[in-house]
Design a binder for this molecule. Sequence first.
Ligand SMILES: [Zn+2]
Length: 338
Amino acid sequence: MKIAVGLDIGGTNTKIILADENGEVLAGRQAATPSVSGAGAGKTEGDRIEDLLIKNLKDFMNDEAVKPLISHADLAGIGLGVAGFIDRKNGLIIKSPNIAALNGLAVRELFETEFSLPVAVENDANAYAYGERWIGTGKDIDNFVVLTLGTGLGGGHIYKGELYEGPFEIGHMIMEPDGRFCTCGSHGCLESYASGRAIVDRVIKALEDGAKSMLAECCDGNFYKITPDLVFQKALDGDNLSREAFREVGRYLGVGIANIINIFRIDAVLIGGGLLGAWDLFIEELTKEAFKRAFKPFSANIRILKSSLAKDAGSIGAAGLLFKKLSLSHEAVSQPVI
Ligand SMILES: [Zn+2]
């Protein structure tokens, strides 16, 4: 049985798993994504983000529980899902808005050289979509999009059963021309209204304007310590401001989904990411807006579904993409020469 390592390198955490060819996870761990301010140049060895990422993976592979699994199987390679814009052909991270230290890193060559294994590189939300298509909710759905609702908002697209290898930066679809500033440098992006960061920004602004909320009592009055999880907890406790923050997420996601439905022929929208647990707080607004605004002939049979792989989808998808890359290269080699 072949196995592969899958890494999901996100803005906050890096998830590492070991999976077999059926997508079964044999081992896994999560660690904080190394936080360093600048790109490799000028840093001493050991301080650079690339060294820290490699150290994380070596620690995982040398773990007492993982080492025997690797030595008793055929380790096929490493799949990397990275939060950022990817140059697949050259295995480069062109730009990572949330992990600036990765900008310009030739990540495929780096891991190939270090581990002497084949490496596949993909955007993290695309890897997530592939994971859902491979063994998750999207297993039997040929055309769907995935929205990953976490600190930011990612997107991936499965078209005719295959991963669409485009940027699919749905979080940066512009909803309000003069709207809120976005981390990408533009204004009014969907991510500025529908993401963990957007939820926190919204409640902080309301609290600073004097809104009444259970959140006003928290964090010793330092509103900048508020997290999306805290707003979620207060929403469950019945706090109106927190509940409204999630309804706004639903409203904007619904409008964004209506745009997607009108552009692509899809059968389903899958929602995943770290804030999936708040589903009940946003799904009503989301569904109402999406189906009110989308063209009726296109939207009639579209399903809005939960991701089933939750936190592992990105790393499982990255491992799956490695297997896919190997099978494609094998097919290419096996083609008869005419
Ligand atoms: Zn943006």
